[in-house]
Design a protein around this ligand. Structure first.
Ligand code: G3P
Ligand code: CA
Length: 244
């Protein structure tokens, strides 16, 4: 068996609040190869780690991330919604993520840009990584081709990925045009189109599937030869792979 990388979705989000330093730490302790996280820009242009376009679901506050400055976002509690033990967790800044990566050798990051980013905005992700000498331990990905292209323009040496929910015949060409090294499909797409992984590999692309949380789905993905599996249960997936 070709063992796929275990990618912790929003950190180890089954045991800690998603997209917080606590979730990233839990993923690190679980021994994963990679941590996936989502980034957005605040109103004052700072990169923060949060999935939704509002803070409502995962913090003590309400409102659009893009409409709040950093101080307002940082004043919120991003842990209590998950469990009282995580009270005081904050929405991380990307600088905190860079510091996390610096002190956790071996682990990689899969950074998902939410929405359409400009090249200048993408530099607020690529520049801190380059300054810290960490670019090679990161893949930047997005559903938005514009954001993938912006990452490539900001730093051509950053590995990049395109997230997809459909697999048209032109997918390898679209990936080639964007210069991505990985094409990451939703899990249901693999079941609908079992030849997809081979087609992507034949085109010289890697593929990491999301978000699979059950052994039956892990087994199907492994059988198809994926390079990575994004999961909310990284510790269980790692144990399951040990037993395969
Ligand atoms: O990394 C892929 C996956 O995270 C995309 O979906 O909604 O969880 O960001 P979402
Ligand atoms: Ca994501």
């Amino acid at each position: 068996m070709n063992r796929p990388a275990v990618v912790a979705h929003r950190g180890n989000s089954s045991v800690a609040p998603q997209n917080t330093l606590a979730a990233f730490e839990a993923a690190w302790r679980a021994g994963v190869e990679c941590v996936e996280l989502d980034v957005r820009l605040t109103a004052d242009g700072v990169v923060v780690v949060i999935h939704d376009d509002t803070v409502d679901a995962t913090t003590s506050g309400s409102g659009a991330v893009a409409g709040m400055d950093l101080a307002a976002v940082r004043s919120l509690d991003a842990g209590s919604w998950f469990a009282p033990a995580f009270a005081g967790q904050r929405v991380p800044t990307f600088d905190e993520v860079v510091a996390f990566l610096e002190t956790r050798p071996g682990i990689e990051l899969l950074v998902e840009l939410k929405g359409a980013w400009t090249v200048e905005q993408a530099r607020s992700v690529t520049d801190p990584l380059r300054s810290a000498g960490l670019t090679e331990r990161v893949v930047g990905q997005s559903f938005w081709p514009q954001s993938v292209a912006a990452l490539g323009a900001a730093d051509p040496s950053l590995r990049r990925g395109l997230l997809v929910m459909e697999s048209g015949a032109d997918l390898p060409d679209r990936c080639a045009a964007l210069g991505v090294e990985t094409c990451n499909p939703v899990g249901t797409l693999l079941l609908e189109d079992p030849g997809l992984v081979d087609r992507l590999h034949d085109a010289g692309l890697r593929t990491t599937v999301w978000t699979l949380n059950e052994p039956a789905h892990w087994e199907a993905a492994v059988r198809l030869g994926v390079d990575g599996i994004i999961t909310d249960r990284p510790d269980r997936l790692a144990g399951w792979l040990d037993g395969v």
